[in-house]
Ligand binder design. Structure first.
Ligand code: PBG
Length: 333
């Protein structure tokens, strides 16, 4: 693009900023409820709501209340909920077998939502960290996170979620080869229409802290995730990962975290043109909420601005804990 304009005073940019109508007419990007994916936390029991202390306004919900939340999301026009389980520590094993139990918390929630709120799409997390005591996304032997053995486990997990009725699988594990393995297994099992939204460029980030609180993995994580998640200093590697995952059969790709990685979002969208999502992660949510609670920021305005930034960067949508709040706001107009 080659912008052309006359010199001042023939061009005055403020002409089109003068009134709300002119500003609306010339706005380049829009944020809509249909752009939102709402991550929700599950816990066992009934009638349970457990606040996540480091994420004000976010709570873990038992199945009955997750179904209620999904119904509310659907009424608001939010197209997708994404499920994350808080797993009972007694169910965590070195082999992570609970991950592909057809009746684990996530799979029960998928079935409950799909039967009672059929219109909303259900997305899952495919990674082993909720299912082992060390909090890693893969199988660990002698301190090493195994790749190929983990991929086999993830395929089992993915098939169980697809059997339960998941619409979108979200592999967040960053093992090599998992997208192709999952895609082939889904085809073979007759799940040809289950979509994969790959966490393709997922960085080893400090901004996941509150999430690990929410799923009960904070104390658990031994070491860090740097042997599988990306180095925050890398840019070209993100493009190579996205290319790889698309070539292996991913339908959509994600950049994570969001706000500190908008340069990556923009490059991914510009380079591949595939459906591209960003995850505005728990730490980003916590920062904005904390500042708002202290009266240091206008919470609503900062929330909307942060989400618009993803759209401006080229993202098709955003996973955000603000989803119901922003949906209510956008509906109010
Ligand atoms: C783990 C997973 C994480 C998040 C989503 N899936 C945390 C991690 O990689 O340690 C983070 C989400 C957030 O911080 O909001 N499979």
């Amino acid at each position: 693009m080659q912008p052309v304009q006359a010199a001042y005073p023939l061009t005055r940019f403020r002409r089109l900023r003068r009134t709300a109508a002119l500003r609306a007419l010339t706005q380049e990007t829009t944020l809509a409820v249909a752009d939102l994916i709402w991550p929700v936390f599950l816990c066992d029991g009934e009638g349970q709501r457990q606040p996540v202390v480091s994420m004000p306004g976010v709570e873990r919900r038992s199945l009955d209340l997750v179904v209620e939340a999904a119904a509310e999301a659907s009424d608001l026009g939010i197209p997708v909920v994404c499920l994350f389980p808080y797993t009972d520590p007694g169910l965590k094993t070195p082999g992570c077998e609970e991950a592909w139990n057809p009746d684990n918390l996530t799979n029960r929630a998928i079935r409950a939502i799909k039967s009672q709120v059929p219109d909303i799409a259900v997305m899952t997390d495919v990674a082993l960290d909720p299912y082992n005591a060390h909090g890693h996304d893969g199988l660990v032997v002698d301190g090493v996170i195994l790749n190929d053995e983990t991929v086999e486990a993830l395929v089992r997990m993915a098939l169980a979620q697809a059997d339960a009725g998941a619409d979108i699988l979200g592999p967040s594990d960053m093992m090599d080869g998992r997208i192709g393995a999952m895609r082939r297994a889904l085809e073979a099992a007759g799940h040809k229409d289950v979509a994969i939204l790959s966490y393709a460029a997922k960085y080893a980030s400090a901004f996941y802290g509150p999430f690990r609180d929410a799923v009960g993995a904070t104390g658990a994580l031994k070491g860090d995730k740097k042997t599988y998640q990306m180095n925050p200093a890398n840019r070209d590697e993100a493009l190579r990962l996205v290319a790889r995952d698309l070539a292996e059969g991913a339908d959509m790709v994600m950049v994570k975290p969001g706000m500190p990685y908008l340069d990556i979002c923009a490059r991914v969208k510009e380079t591949f043109g595939a459906p591209t999502f960003a995850y505005q992660v728990s730490g980003e949510y916590a920062m904005l909420k904390a500042a708002a609670q202290n009266g240091w920021l206008d919470g609503e305005k900062a929330m909307l601005e942060s989400l618009m930034a993803f759209k401006r960067a080229g993202c098709d949508g955003i996973l955000t804990y603000f989803a119901p709040e922003v949906a209510r706001l956008l509906r109010r107009g």
